[in-house]
Design a protein around this ligand. Structure first.
Ligand code: DLL
Length: 430
């Protein structure tokens, strides 16, 4: 099924010509309207008018999350706030979130991308779609919401959490499609099993899972346990939100080349890599007005192919995300940087310098445990330790937006590192 067949199946040569044209327009827009880009280009001694087309892309400097943080909240924007119709945000490194903004046209392009994607994996206007991604500042809920409505599907905007209600709504409103994180789907499956419900009481036929790393094995487990067809959805808040999915061939994630220009680079050297080579995904946005991104380093490791898909779509595809090039971890769908945790801990006088972050899956849900050494062993009353653990957990929650179990331990008990400290131990099987 195609949402916009003439675009989705356009000849590769035409697509490249379109990208070429849109790239030049983007550079002019960014240079003229964003003080951030003007400064960046001047520093790199690049005149956007000298960029002749796609072949000159490697001459342009990269942008990355740090740039968004440094220009918090809207310093990278290329339109006045009066043209911004919506903001979203995701976690930053030290408390301040990274803020993204959209013009009316940006929202239209985002919705269009996701409509194409949803249609490509078989969602139609006859579907009833339960959206169990979080609504609010996170892009998952509202992103899916607008696209599903545009597609003509019936939306159940339940947001994440409250599993009992999810299951009852799914059954009573006869949801056919669910959109949530893969770990939450597994949690729902456990809940159904443990509480005497049965998937056969529902009409659920497919799920669209992403926002966190998962694997082919997890896809198989979800499909086996629930009897539904599971699809991968990728996107980031900076690029807009959820944007790209697999089609029914399940042979990679289709990127919409008329909206986004992709490269894969070696994360160490910044050199462009070829088809099939594994590296960091870099994206240049070809239509975004409010927050145009030029050679944006996503931090996500994948590979790409330009081979036409057997579904007939000609746009490039990327493989399942294989990891991160930085230390970002995703806990219950929330992006967490270890530096955020350190920032909170080091402001607490009773806390020492050493801590460890353990990640586990308990009943299919992520659990983050932070073991922290006390500065000295002067706190020995159990009630005082418990009080301090509770207050640290609350401080962390307010910054990270996700709960962590805090365990205070005696000075000298946490492992010391001679080289680079490896404070994150990820024991989750994804
Ligand atoms: O997670 C947008 C989204 C919402 C995607 C709903 C899919 C579904 P952020 O919060 O900015 O945006 O986090 C983006 O999440 O750089 C990846 O590291 C990770 N991620 C997103 N989708 C996948 C996926 C949303 N399918 C970051 N597989 C990205 C692996 C994913 N990682």
């Amino acid at each position: 099924m195609f949402w916009n067949p003439s675009i989705e199946k356009m000849p590769v040569q035409d697509l490249k010509e379109m990208q070429d044209r849109k790239l030049k327009a983007l550079l002019h827009h960014a240079y003229t309207n964003s003080s951030f880009y003007r400064k960046r280009f001047k520093e790199a001694e690049i005149n956007p008018w000298d960029i002749k087309g796609l072949e000159d892309l490697p001459k342009l400097p990269f942008t990355q999350k740090q740039d968004l943080r440094d220009s918090y909240p809207t310093g990278m924007f290329a339109v006045p706030t009066s043209q911004v119709v919506r903001f979203h945000a995701s976690s930053g490194t030290t408390g301040k979130p990274t803020v993204v903004g959209y013009t009316e046209n940006d929202i239209r392009c985002w919705v269009d991308s996701l409509c194409r994607a949803l249609n490509s994996c078989g969602v139609t206007n006859n579907d009833i779609m339960q959206i169990a991604y979080g609504y609010g500042l996170f892009t998952g809920g509202l992103g899916f919401h607008y696209a599903a409505e545009k597609l003509g599907a019936s939306v159940i905007p339940v947001s994440a959490g409250n599993t009992q209600r999810q299951v009852e709504l799914m059954r009573d409103l006869k949801a056919t499609v669910i959109a949530c994180t893969p770990s939450y789907m597994l949690y729902i499956a456990d809940f159904i099993q443990e509480n005497g419900y049965d998937f056969s009481e529902t009409l659920l036929r497919m799920g669209i899972f992403g926002a966190e790393p998962w694997s082919e094995e997890t896809r198989k487990r979800i499909e086996d346990r629930t009897g539904i067809d599971a699809y991968d959805v990728y996107g980031t808040s900076e690029l807009s939100g959820p944007l790209f999915t697999e089609c029914t061939e399940k042979a990679g994630i289709h990127i919409w080349g008329d909206y986004f220009l992709i490269e894969i680079i070696d994360p160490e050297t910044g050199e462009q890599l070829g088809e099939g080579e594994r590296g960091e995904l870099v994206v240049t946005t070809l239509s975004k007005e409010a927050l145009p991104l030029i050679r944006w380093r996503t931090g996500d490791i994948t590979s790409f192919t330009e081979e036409k898909c057997s579904c007939g779509r000609t746009h490039p595809r990327i493989s399942r995300i294989m990891g991160r090039s930085d230390d970002m971890i995703i806990v219950r769908g929330v992006n967490v940087f270890p530096s955020q945790i350190e920032h909170v801990l080091m402001q607490i006088p009773d806390v020492g310098e050493h801590y460890m972050i353990y990640l586990d899956r308990e009943k299919e849900l992520d659990v983050m445990t932070i073991q922290i050494e006390l500065k000295d062993a002067t706190i020995d009353r159990v009630s005082d330790v418990l009080k301090l653990e509770k207050s640290i957990a609350e401080k962390l929650k307010s910054v990270l937006n996700v709960w962590a179990k805090v365990e205070l331990v005696n000075p000298g008990t946490i492992q010391r590192f001679e080289g680079k400290a490896k404070r994150v131990v990820d024991r989750r099987k994804i």
